[in-house]
Design a protein around this ligand. Structure first.
Ligand code: NI
Length: 225
């Protein structure tokens, strides 16, 4: 036993006990998981260690597509297929931590409109996020409260940056599952209500076999013509 240990043993038991408790608290100062590498299947998006998972079927997305008749027909004829699903890792809610996960959007269209996610602002709008496609490809639609719109590619080899204050929705324009990795602060949160249940100002539809980003009002009038 070396000298410091002998000195420690001579300290009264209660003080030694408190010292050990404080030291152990210091070693793990939050409820975050310990450092680790998390496996992600790039082709399916499955995260075996996921702490949360959900799926959205076409019937969960009523009100978001341009063509409600085509939506109801697909729900009826295809037994309400899954449009997209989501895996997340890290259920710690402490500010300053990050969480990440995958979204998988299955290929398909409702009428001429490609499969999409609901779209959201962050509950804490000043919080950013990144997306990184792992397989398949598509687009992210963006809009701000002042009506400004943008779109950006979601494609392997590029990281899509989602700045603060921009609502975002993902679209699969490929014919395979679009799998992408998202990463954001845990406190960012999701606000699905701010888009008013209508989705976003722009839509992505197929025109002459190609994806086309258009204003929702224009696409609606083309459909009715
Ligand atoms: Ni987000």
């Amino acid at each position: 036993m070396n000298e410091p240990e002998v000195a420690f043993q001579s300290v009264p038991f209660l003080i030694r006990f408190l010292f050990v408790c404080i030291r152990d608290t210091d070693m793990k100062t939050s409820n975050s998981p310990f450092p680790c590498s998390v496996a992600i299947a790039a082709d399916t998006g499955v995260i075996p260690q996921a702490t949360a998972h959900y799926e959205k079927r076409l019937s969960d997305l009523r009100g978001l597509f341009l063509d409600p008749e085509s939506l109801e027909r697909r729900i009826r004829e295809e037994n309400d297929p899954i449009c997209y699903e989501n895996y997340a890792f890290n259920d710690n809610q402490a500010e300053g931590d990050i969480f990440f996960g995958t979204t998988i959007i299955y290929p398909g269209k409702v009428g001429s409109e490609y499969h999409l996610t609901r779209g959201h602002y962050h509950r804490r709008q000043d919080h950013a996020e990144t997306y990184q496609a792992l397989s398949g490809y598509g687009l992210v639609l963006f809009e701000r409260e002042d009506g400004t719109t943008r779109s950006a590619e979601l494609i392997p080899g590029k990281v899509t940056y989602i700045p603060p204050f921009w609502a975002h929705r993902s679209i699969n324009t490929s014919d395979v599952p679009l799998v992408f990795l998202w990463t954001c602060p845990v406190e960012a949160g999701h606000d699905y209500e701010a888009l008013g249940g209508r989705g976003m100002r722009q839509v992505v539809v197929e025109r002459n076999g190609q994806p086309s980003v258009e204003d929702r009002s224009l696409s609606a009038s083309v459909r009715e013509a």
